[in-house]
Write a protein that binds this ligand. Structure first.
Ligand SMILES: [Fe+2]
Ligand SMILES: [Fe+2]
Ligand SMILES: [Fe+2]
Ligand SMILES: [Fe+2]
Length: 408
């Protein structure tokens, strides 16, 4: 059944604010929550953070009082949605456990987007960062075992393998090499725009999360690893945000944000296994339908453009969390040696020895202290082994099969 939120019935804007009791949701149970319910919560929190911050930026770039008021109204609801969603994780999950959930989002969301992305360059960009976040999951999993004596698979279960990806040490690139070519909003398919908006929101939330929780631990290894990986998330945000067409107008971007929220809540609703949480996705979807229609009215009023010319009759293929093990193994096997050179992805071996990649590498990895490498060594030293979860056989890349190789 086709679903076009421009034509659906939402909740009138003046009825959208909810009371404190509704906002103050009961958290999920960390022992029984489905890993993909956790990842949906993490992702939708990121989508709402982006929605709210985007509207703050929009309001700071206009002196139209009526427009500012309209933005303030729906922004208040985005903030309520963010609170409802981000208060679902219980306080008894440690920040590091939640971090494992963040990287599971990055792995299984990115893999799904890459698998369903029609634009070959955007797919390349997704595959490229996929195996970097995959490596973060492995580094944090070792930190978790070392500091909390806990196995990351208690959080991710059997859905996501945990083993080295493109080693984090090799991910540090010159800032110039984090900028990509952008799609053309007049020519790109809607699914590409939604994918890019979704992955920007997810990576930005991860970046913000590590920026804030990184220094909360007194443990030097924890602090150092968050710092290093947070800098990669900065690269990932730069990488993904540059894919979006910067020439789209504020009003068109506002419409796209609301449409993506409708699309993502609808995706979550159809795949959610927890009935209580599904009701939250449905409530948010009904609120977003009205946001979208209001954004459409603004586009008509200020730009004389018809939103029906932009919003398709039905959602493109939905974005679903599911296991992507074989796909990820294929990307690992074929792309482990890639780095970026300007807007293109190339094998590290093909770069000249004086390339800025090598210069940047020697600056940041210079004095021999590299937390993402040292954490593996340290875990082996403290617990006697390295943590990994390889459910589909040995690592597809031979030199990543033992911790000795990984820590060279
Ligand atoms: Fe929202
Ligand atoms: Fe990551
Ligand atoms: Fe990332
Ligand atoms: Fe919204």
């Amino acid at each position: 059944m086709a679903f076009n939120p421009l034509k659906e019935k939402g909740i009138p804007m003046d009825q959208q604010p909810v009371n404190w009791a509704t906002l103050n949701v009961t958290p999920y149970d960390k022992n029984s929550v489905h890993p993909y319910t956790r990842t949906r919560i993490i992702l939708m929190n990121g989508i709402e953070v982006e929605a709210a911050i985007f509207k703050h930026q929009f309001a700071r770039h206009t002196d139209d009082m009526e427009l500012k008021r309209q933005l303030a109204m729906s922004r208040r609801i985005e903030q309520q949605q963010q609170k409802m969603i981000n208060w679902l994780p219980p306080g008894d999950e440690s920040p590091l456990s939640v971090t494992i959930g963040y990287e599971q989002v990055a792995v299984d969301l990115t893999a799904w987007l890459a698998r369903t992305e029609p634009d070959p360059y955007v797919k390349e960009a997704l595959d490229f960062a996929l195996i970097e976040d995959f490596d973060h999951l492995y580094r944090y999993a070792n930190l978790l075992q070392m500091t909390e004596g806990k196995e990351a698979e208690e959080i991710t279960r059997e859905y996501t393998e945990i083993m080295p990806g493109r080693p984090t040490i090799a991910e540090h690139r010159h800032p110039y090499d984090s900028i990509r070519k952008h799609y053309d909003s007049k020519k790109a398919q809607m699914i590409t725009k939604l994918h890019v908006m979704t992955i920007i929101s997810a990576e930005q939330q991860t970046m913000n999360y590590y920026m804030n929780i990184g220094p909360l631990s007194p443990n030097p290894m924890v602090r150092a690893l968050y710092q290093e990986i947070a800098m990669i998330e900065e690269q990932h945000v730069s990488h993904y945000e540059s894919l979006a067409d910067p020439k789209a107008s504020w009003f068109e971007m506002a419409l796209l944000h609301e449409y993506n929220e409708c699309y993502m809540y609808y995706s979550c609703m159809t795949s959610e296994t927890d009935n209580r949480i599904r009701d939250i996705w449905q409530l948010c979807l009904e609120q977003e339908i009205t946001h979208l229609q209001h954004a459409g009215e603004m586009l008509k009023k200020y730009e004389k453009r018809d939103p029906a010319q932009i919003i398709p009759e039905d959602f493109p293929e939905l974005t679903i969390f599911q296991s992507n093990k074989d796909y990820i193994r294929r990307i690992l096997a074929n792309q482990i040696n890639l780095t970026a050179d300007g807007t293109e992805f190339k094998s590290v071996d093909s770069l000249p020895s004086d390339h800025r990649y090598h210069q940047y590498q020697s600056l940041v990895n210079g004095d021999g202290f590299v937390p993402s490498r040292d954490v593996i060594e340290e875990n082996v030293r403290q617990t006697g082994n390295e943590y990994r979860l390889e459910t589909e056989g040995p690592h597809p890349v031979e030199w990543l099969r033992t911790s000795e190789e990984v820590t060279i």
